[in-house]
Design a protein around this ligand. Sequence first.
Ligand code: GDP
Length: 312
Amino acid sequence: MDERIWVAGHRGMVGSAITRRLQSEGRNVISVDRSVLDLRQQDEVEFWLRANQPTAIIFAAAKVGGIIANSNYPADFIYDNLAIQTNVIHGAHKAGVDRLVFLGSSCIYPKFAEQPIKESALLTGPLEPTNEWYAIAKISGIMTCQAYRKQHGRNYVSVMPCNLYGPNDNFNLETSHVMPALMRKFHEAKVSGAKEVMVWGTGTPLREFLHVDDLAKGVVWCLDHYNDYEHINCGAGFDVTIRELAETVGRVVGFTGDLVFDTSKPDGTPRKIMDSSRMRALGWKPEISFEEGIASTYRWYLENVAPTAVAA
Ligand code: GDP
């Protein structure tokens, strides 16, 4: 049968990286724009799936955002994510799609999970409050895949990435994650000659960052080879403090001023490095170094986003 892989969320940072990866392997990707199909509408999703008959689905559609967006819009984060994933997973089953890869996030794990966090830490303790709405939706997604596997024998699997960055990230300072926010702040400070850049929180939390192209390779690998009930972690294998991140991004961008920490903003979870040894044992490993990944993302930002782009 001819392959038709639907990448749901193909315009986002993750979905676009997965699409590039699949296309580089010469594989047939199908997609549908948000203006044509609202994934929150169950009937529309089921109709579209019946009409388009994908042979596999990679679920990279999600309402995502940084620490403040998550705390300010809890209803959007829980409702949108529960609705779109339920519609797509149940719709996939009804349309006879036997293969689906669901993407989650390392925030599914308890706030004080033992580090590095193993897959088995899921549901062993309370969540980090700043993003528990999103986390609960993603945990439900993992369990929805497991339920359809258990009851209907479907080959639906879940992959949990760490914090991601790369091309097509969201650079809106109010809703973005830390990496694109800092890149933009440093760039704008460099252009305007500002002496200081504001970094949220204390700078001490640790985060694990993976370039989205490395994740995409892992996800496509999972599509082809991973078929377990349990979800699987996909992380870089090292973490950095927010201060170290800020220093690295500042160096890449060429900002020479000072960092000022705004401790009125939340730190979020102190640390969430994942144990990705199961993914490693399957033969996947990240290939893009931290500095190189930040540098190429900054070049992408300069070409595609920066309104006042200057040559780096
Ligand atoms: P998280 O990994 O879910 O906590 O999401 P974020 O990427 O939004 O935040 C990670 C950490 O970076 C938190 O400790 C934030 O307080 C910190 N941070 C520092 N500056 C910024 C910023 O400008 N934007 C964001 N989103 N986070 C920042």
